[in-house]
Design a protein around this ligand. Sequence first.
Ligand SMILES: Cc1cc2nc3c(=O)[nH]c(=O)nc-3n(C[C@H](O)[C@H](O)[C@H](O)COP(=O)(O)OP(=O)(O)OC[C@H]3O[C@@H](n4cnc5c(N)ncnc54)[C@H](O)[C@@H]3O)c2cc1C
Length: 389
Amino acid sequence: MRTVAVVGASLAGLSAARSLRKQGYGGRLVIIGDEPHRPYDRPPLSKDFLAGGIGEADLALESDDEDLRAEWLLGACATGLDTDGTDRVVRLADGREVRADGIVIATGAVARTLPGTDGLAGVHTLRTLDDARALRDELALGGRLVVIGGGFIGAEVASTAYALGLDVTVVEAAPTPLAGPLGETMGGIVSALHADHGVRLLCGVGVKGLSGETRVDAVLLDDGRSIPADIVVVGVGARPCVEWLEGSGVVLDNGVKCGADGRTSLAGVVAVGDCASWYDPHAGIHRRVEHWTGARERPDAAVATLLSWGATEPGVPRPPYFWSDQYGVKIQFAGHSAGADSVTVEEGAAGDRSFLAVYRRAGQPVAVLAMNQPRLFMRWRKQLSAATS
Ligand SMILES: Cc1cc2nc3c(=O)[nH]c(=O)nc-3n(C[C@H](O)[C@H](O)[C@H](O)COP(=O)(O)OP(=O)(O)OC[C@H]3O[C@@H](n4cnc5c(N)ncnc54)[C@H](O)[C@@H]3O)c2cc1C
């Protein structure tokens, strides 16, 4: 392999570039990213960075002395992927082309927006450093914040804004926030953190629209209520950035459809991170997981696939893991709650917001959740990994 192009210059792309060099690839390496920034860490954008506790330099994912011998094309948006003989050709928005015989797709995800809210001042989404800068500046002015969506990012923004002294309301369309990832019971317990701190949580009600001429002044709910707002954060999830691959021959289905080793439907092309829907051999389904640890760890396997195409067996993936920090509480989760037939608190008490709970299917652990129990959680996470392998 003479040239590898990594498309997406964030955690998964950087991890893939590192894996390439670690696994002995010595050829040309081109890293293409549409943001102007070198790779930075996103989790602090809703936590310490948003709170003003750390600065931009603290977000850097590369160390000062790191040299991947890569050509960085930043501020360069990939708009297409073509095949020319044995080469793959990445087309860029500015007309340039990058020819490569290996491609790593790592274009992540983009925040979903609410239709009809473009251009209304005071309305934010949170995915990028530029989003976080804009939101941080507004939160510093104080006032009334309405967060639309009670998922992890919405909850973290609510928690940070509460700590900054804002008046915060969270609106969630589902009856229980976080029921998707955590199940109804545990979703209810984790989202009770809002009420513990006097943050209003309105569940089971949709948002009809926003009001305001040039700047938002209220969130209008389906049940007729109007919630006054100076700032609105739309936290309604993310969609994979894969439009640029349409017509390329890479099969797309809720992201890039991959095998258990990251390979896509095109030879010489692998996909990693939030944009990739990997095959889960245990469950027999594809899963697209939007977690930091997957974006950090999976590129090792995808790069091994790319460099050996077919000669390596896919390893057993570790159960997905994520964490969240809300109101001073560390929440950690590993595994899959869907399909569990029981969930029991094994240690601590839910009411104390310090406990460890195990999800089981037919008596076998399939997931584990902890609030403020990091040591115990790590022990259980290892056991879960051992059980699934
Ligand atoms: C605010 C926030 C808080 C989070 N907190 C947590 C947490 O506490 N715990 C946790 O486990 N996870 C958390 N996450 C998720 C975690 O950050 C992501 O899983 C991780 O960033 C995924 O990395 P990625 O490289 O796959 O995608 P991304 O980080 O989305 O990077 C993809 C990059 O590709 C670029 N790109 C997209 N399209 C193109 C194109 N056509 N051409 C060129 N470049 C392109 C994008 O601009 C972006 O720079 C959080 C995410 C956010 C946004």
